[in-house]
Ligand binder design. Structure first.
Ligand SMILES: COCCCN1C=C(N)c2cc(S(N)(=O)=O)sc2S1(=O)=O
Ligand SMILES: [Zn+2]
Length: 262
């Protein structure tokens, strides 16, 4: 993966202005203006069925920490919602800020959350490989979940991940992580917004059906501090804390955000 740039408030010396894709008409992330979203009664509930034993490992890819899954079968899938096919879980990761004032990629009525979870799925019904799906308009489906910091609201499911983070402090570190059910990180409230967008990191391809949950999950300050202890840098390099790894907002252009709720 080549170097890629997030423009963000805390301008990191390595990061120049945000990378934009020339001619992009459906880039992500965007601001979700609640009152401009359009209720679509045709939208179905999203059906999520993950097999916790498909979990493989956690690794620090130098931009976030990713939990990767065995996507060689249809054991961990989502279907329904705005989707026409079943999509297989590939990985999940997060984006967060140096402080709680910002960190999410999407905003709601121009409000940032301190962090955002992305669960990445690909259309294995239509495309033979993930790599091909990444390049196609209906290739990927990403569920976005906002994280909200409430003191004294410890999130048990997240803590399992947090406990593993010191072992992947440096870029390229990886540890085995063999049983985890990421549905514990998804709010039970079924409400979501959906729109046609892109990857928020290179290759920034316009291949993502975004499904953004309306309700955040609640975590405590210590759990988010654990994210901020990770490093962008490899062992032996001058340490750079992994924070502000979110892309700036992109223009909505000719898109409508639909809601599954009134
Ligand atoms: C051939 O593979 C190319 C790499 C594609 N991927 C890498 C990312 N950084 C990435 C970011 C994603 S995000 N932030 O838009 O969810 S999804 C995703 S990904 O689809 O897993
Ligand atoms: Zn992401």
């Amino acid at each position: 993966l080549g170097q890629y740039w997030y423009g963000s408030f805390g301008m990191h010396p390595l990061w120049q202005s945000p990378l934009t894709i020339p001619g992009g008409t459906r880039q992500s992330p965007i601001n979700i203006q609640w009152r401009d979203s359009v209720y679509d009664p045709v939208l179905k509930p999203l059906k999520i069925s993950y097999d916790p034993t498909t979990c493989l490992h956690i690794w620090n890819n130098g931009y976030s920490f990713l939990v990767e899954f065995d996507d060689s079968t249809d054991r961990s899938v989502i279907i329904g919602g705005p989707l026409e096919n079943q999509y297989r879980l590939k990985q999940f990761h997060f984006h967060w800020g140096a402080i709680n004032e910002w960190g999410s990629e999407h905003t709601v009525d121009s409000k940032f959350y301190p962090a955002e979870l992305h669960l990445v799925h690909w259309n294995a019904v239509v495309y033979p490989t993930f790599e091909e799906a990444v390049m196609e308009g209906n290739g990927l489906a990403v569920i976005g979940v906002f994280l909200k910091v409430i003191s004294l609201s410890h999130h048990e499911g997240l803590q399992t991940l947090v406990d593993a983070l010191p072992a992947v402090k440096h870029k390229d570190a990886v540890i085995e992580f063999d049983v985890f059910d990421p549905s514990c990180l998804i709010p039970s409230c079924p409400d979501y917004w959906t729109y046609a967008g892109s990857l928020t990191t290179p290759p920034l391809t316009e291949s993502v059906t975004w499904i953004i949950k309306k309700k955040p999950i609640e975590v405590d300050e210590n759990q988010l501090e654990a994210f901020r202890m990770l490093l962008f840098t490899s062992d032996g390099e001058e340490e750079k804390r992994m924070v502000d790894n979110f892309r700036p907002l992109q223009p909505l252009m000719n898109r409508t955000v639909r809601s599954s709720f009134q």
